[in-house]
Each structure stands twice: as structure tokens, then as C-alpha cells.
Design a protein around this ligand. Structure first.
Ligand SMILES: Nc1ncnc2c1ncn2[C@@H]1O[C@H](COP(=O)(O)OP(=O)(O)OP(=O)(O)O)[C@@H](O)[C@H]1O
Ligand SMILES: [Mg+2]
Length: 498
């Protein structure tokens, strides 16, 4: 048996507690029984002594004639079997005795004599007569307030000691036997209770990154172990999903890079097939450059995202006057929107909106959103950017409120203000089922169309990372054919007073 195992510890605790209980109970039983048996003997001795005393002092007493046994039988119809009786005068001289004492005398201690002369009753256990101890009561009899005699009644403690010894033997034999049986039973129960744990361990050992689709068999009974299994299975599911995402990501990334490479290769091969005039080579090289640019953008974006994943990107936070910042950016983006004749407008209700952020990343965020707006809006459409201050629990707090460990603090409940920026276009819109996917890496609703426009599906993943790195939140609302609104919430920055 493994002494460090839970089985052993459980059994040990079980036996230990049972042992303590049994020993306490046995001691209690032994002590109360022996005390009550001794008390019973004393009680009987005293009753007899009192009877004899009463009889000996009665005016009609026949006490004094014959031996004590006869007297008791004659006057009280009493046969004190197994009791030794002896009457002493006040100075301790032995007078009459019961017949069973014959030539033997009951011993009387100095203490009993002294107590007797003071009118006090004494109980003593004497071991000097025979093999078994005797219990003796010395009972003073008073006449006219004067101790005139003392009555001693004795009884053998043999029966009492026999009973107590028998009980002791029973306890000594049964308690260890019960403990042995209990330890076997405890081991059996611990084994039974822990068997599913072994199964879980074994099943968990079998699950590797290669077979993350396997699950541990759940139990019918909903107990702690079944909860453990459920939790385990949930964890494996999450791992499975992460692994799948990683695999998917690698596949997507390779695929995304493969397309421009294939195009590059094809163009170069065609160009090299025969001698061509210079301007044709120039055309090929220009087209090559386009594909190379596309690949560099993908690699750059991927690098940024993977650095963000491992937390390697430091944000350089500074006070950004959001109204001015967006206005400046919009002016630049208007140039991009011109060829498609798309209008870009800003609706600004509050002039002073500040956030604490990394200017470069914020630029990237809004350029991506406006660029998407331009890309996915038909010519002649429009993009409206709305800037407002709102109060609501901040997105970060709301996210945290999801876990019960860190609920909203009362201050947070009162709502911290945040900046709300909506980039709304009148474009093609996004179907409901795609709305939550568009923030995934490489996801594009229409791959061919997006690629035509130079997109690789990483833009919104980067936006999401930037917003969350600023403790904000980004969501989308859209209706196919009508347009899409990307809503960015960022914690407001209140400039400290100078
Ligand atoms: N304003 C929008 N209107 C309609 N669909 C959109 C809009 N913004 C994004 N989408 C859809 O979401 C997809 C993902 O957008 P995302 O910006 O991540 O990638 P992309 O624009 O295709 O490429 P990239 O931004 O990497 O150049 C797009 O391919 C498009 O299908
Ligand atoms: Mg984009």
C-alpha cells in the first residue's frame, strides 16, 4: 500500500476517528457500569445496616437472643444471604456476629472506629480476607444522642468484579476486532469512491494533442467526481478549440502567402519564356511588386498579431484629443474615398473628448475601420463618424463582471464615462451569422471580392487587439444591403487639473 495515497489517508483517518470514538465509549461504559455496581453494593449494605439498627433499638426488639441470622429471620423475615454481619459496642469490642462469620471477624479500621464514635458512616474495601475483596459498611447506632453500638455489614465484591472483568474482556476483544473490520471496510469504501478518479487519470493520460476530440466518459451520478470530469472535459474542449484555431491559423496563413507566391512565380515564368521588349519586363516587375507588397503587408500584420499575443508590444500612452485626432485622420482618408465618390462626415456632439492611448495604434485602428467602410461601400455611398461621451460601466468592468470573482465595484456601477466612436457606412452590410466571425484572423465574408481589393482578413483582428489593449470594446451592428456600424468604446481620460 502506498502510504502517501489518498486511499491510505482516508482509511487511516476513518479508523483513527472510529478508534477514538470506540475507546471513549468503552471507557465511559466501563467506568459508569463499575461505579453503578459498587454504588449498588454500598446501597444494599446501608439498607441492611439501617434495618438492623432500627431493629436493635426497637423496644419490642427480639435482638439480643440467638445469633443475628435467627433474629433477623424471626423479627423481619429477612435472610441476608451472602452478607456478613457483626455488631460492635461503642468501644469497638465485637459482640454478636452472623453465623457465616463463624470464627472469623470482620476487620475494623481505625478510621472506621473514629468515624463511628463521631456518628459517621464509613465504607471500606478490604482485601485481607480470602481471595476476593470485601466491601464493609460501619454504621453507628445512636441512642439518646449517644453512639451505643456499631453495626458492620460486609459483602463480597466477587460478583461485581466478575461482571466488570467480563465487560473488560469483551471490550478488549471487540474494540480491536471492530477496528480491523472497519479498516478493511474503510479501504473498500475508499477504493470504491476513488475508482472513478483512477479512470479519470487514465483517460486524461491517453488524451494528447493528437486526440483532443476524445472526452472522459461522464458518470450518471452527479457528484464531486462527475463535476471534476465535466470540468476536465470542458478544459479539453477549450484546448481542442485553441489547437484547432492554431492549426486553422497556420493553414490560412500559408494559404494566404501561397496565392501571391503562385502569381509571382507564374508571371516570372511567363516573362522568361521568351525574349521581350523592356516595357513588358517593366510591367511584369510592377505586377510582381504589387504581390510582394501584399505579402509584406500580410507578414507585417501577422508579426504584429503574434507579438501582441505574447504581450511583446508596449503601448506608448498619451493624451489624445479624439475630436481633433479623428478630424485630421478623416481629411487624409477623404483622398482614398474620392475615386469611389464616397462622402466622409463627422458628427460631433461634444467637442472635448480625450482618451489615453497610443497614437500610432489609434491611427491604425481608425484607418482600418474607415478603409473597410470605403472598401465595402458602393460608389456614391457615405461614411458617418459619430463621437460621443457616454456613461455606462466601462467595457473592461463589464467584461470583468462576467466572472463572479471580480464583480463590479460600487464605484464602477455608478458608471465611468467612456468615449463612443461609431464608424457607420451605407455599404453592403454583413450577414448576422458572419458578424461575430469578422474579428477572427483571415476571415472574410467574400474571399474573392476582398482579395480583389487587397484585403487579407487581418484588419479587424488588429482593430480588436488595439481596442482591447486600451481596455475598450469593439462591436458591430449591420444589416445586409443597408450598411454596417462599427462601435468602439474607449475609457475617457480626464485631464488632471494643473
Ligand atoms: N464596413 C464593412 N462592411 C461590410 N463588410 C465588412 C466591413 N468591414 C469588414 N467587413 C467584412 O469583414 C471581413 C474582415 O474585415 P478585415 O478588415 O478584417 O479584413 P479585410 O478588410 O478583408 O482585409 P485587411 O483589412 O486585412 O486588408 C471583410 O473581408 C469583409 O467581408
Ligand atoms: Mg480591412
Amino acid at each position: 500500500m502506498d502510504f502517501r495515497s489518498l486511499r491510505f489517508k482516508l482509511t487511516l483517518w476513518y479508523v483513527l476517528i472510529l478508534g477514538i470514538l470506540l475507546i471513549s465509549f468503552s471507557s465511559f461504559l466501563y467506568l459508569t457500569l463499575s461505579r453503578s455496581l459498587y454504588r449498588d453494593v454500598d446501597h444494599k449494605l446501608r439498607s441492611l445496616a439501617e434495618l438492623i439498627a432500627l431493629e436493635s433499638t426497637s423496644p419490642l426488639s427480639k435482638f439480643g437472643f440467638g445469633n443475628i441470622d435467627q433474629t433477623l429471620e424471626a423479627s423481619m423475615n429477612l435472610k441476608p444471604i451472602g452478607k456478613f454481619i457483626q455488631v460492635l459496642d461503642e468501644s469497638g469490642r465485637i459482640g454478636r456476629t452472623s453465623e457465616n462469620l463463624k470464627s472469623v471477624q470482620l476487620p475494623i479500621s481505625l478510621n472506621a472506629l473514629r468515624n463511628g464514635s463521631k456518628g459517621l458512616i464509613t465504607y471500606e474495601t478490604n482485601h485481607s480476607l480470602g481471595n476476593t475483596p470485601l466491601r464493609i459498611i460501619t454504621y453507628p447506632v445512636k441512642e439518646n444522642n449517644q453512639v451505643t453500638k456499631m453495626i458492620q455489614v460486609a459483602s463480597s465484591l466477587e460478583d461485581v468484579e466478575d461482571a466488570i472483568n467480563t465487560l473488560l474482556v469483551i471490550l478488549i476483544v471487540t474494540v480491536p476486532s471492530i477496528l480491523v473490520i472497519a479498516s478493511l471496510g474503510g479501504q473498500f469504501l475508499a477504493n470504491k469512491a476513488l475508482k472513478p478518479v483512477d479512470r479519470v487519470t487514465q483517460a486524461a493520460r491517453m488524451i494528447t494533442s493528437q486526440n483532443l476530440n476524445q472526452r472522459i466518459q461522464t458518470l450518471k451520478v452527479k457528484d464531486e467526481i462527475s463535476r471534476l470530469i465535466d470540468t476536465f472535459n470542458e478544459m479539453i474542449s477549450r484546448l481542442d478549440q485553441s489547437f484547432r484555431q492554431v492549426k486553422q491559423f497556420t493553414t490560412d496563413a500559408s494559404h494566404e502567402l501561397k496565392t501571391p507566391l503562385t502569381i509571382l512565380k507564374g508571371e516570372v515564368e511567363v516573362a522568361l519564356r521568351k525574349k521581350r521588349p523592356l516595357h513588358e519586363y517593366e510591367q511584369v516587375l510592377e505586377s510582381n511588386l504589387e504581390e510582394i507588397d501584399r505579402m509584406s503587408k500580410i507578414v507585417e500584420d501577422l508579426l504584429l498579431l503574434s507579438k501582441a499575443d505574447i504581450g511583446e508590444i508596449r503601448l506608448n500612452r498619451e493624451d489624445i484629443h479624439l475630436t481633433r485626432f479623428i478630424a485630421g485622420l478623416t481629411e487624409q482618408m477623404k483622398i482614398l474615398a474620392q475615386p469611389k465618390n464616397i462622402r466622409i462626415e463627422i458628427s460631433n456632439h461634444q467637442n472635448e473628448i480625450h482618451v489615453l492611448g497610443d497614437t500610432l495604434r489609434m491611427r491604425e485602428l481608425f484607418i482600418n475601420l474607415i478603409e473597410n467602410g470605403i472598401k465595402y461601400t458602393e460608389a456614391g455611398g457615405s461614411i458617418l463618424i459619430t463621437l460621443t461621451k457616454e456613461t455606462d460601466p466601462p467595457p473592461e468592468a463589464l467584461r470583468r463582471a462576467g466572472d463572479s470573482v471580480n464583480p463590479l465595484t460600487p464605484k464602477e456601477k455608478k458608471a465611468a464615462p467612456f468615449a463612443k466612436i461609431i464608424v457607420a457606412d451605407t455599404g453592403i452590410g454583413i450577414a448576422r451569422e458572419d458578424q461575430e466571425k469578422i474579428f477572427n484572423r483571415f476571415f472574410r465574408v467574400d474571399k474573392a471580392r476582398s482579395r480583389e481589393q487587397g484585403g487579407s482578413g487581418l484588419g479587424l483582428s488588429i482593430c480588436k487587439w488595439i481596442v482591447e489593449a486600451h481596455q475598450g470594446e469593439i462591436t458591430v451592428e449591420s444589416e445586409p444591403g443597408k450598411g454596417s456600424s462599427f462601435i468602439v468604446k474607449l475609457p475617457l481620460y480626464s485631464i488632471p487639473p494643473r
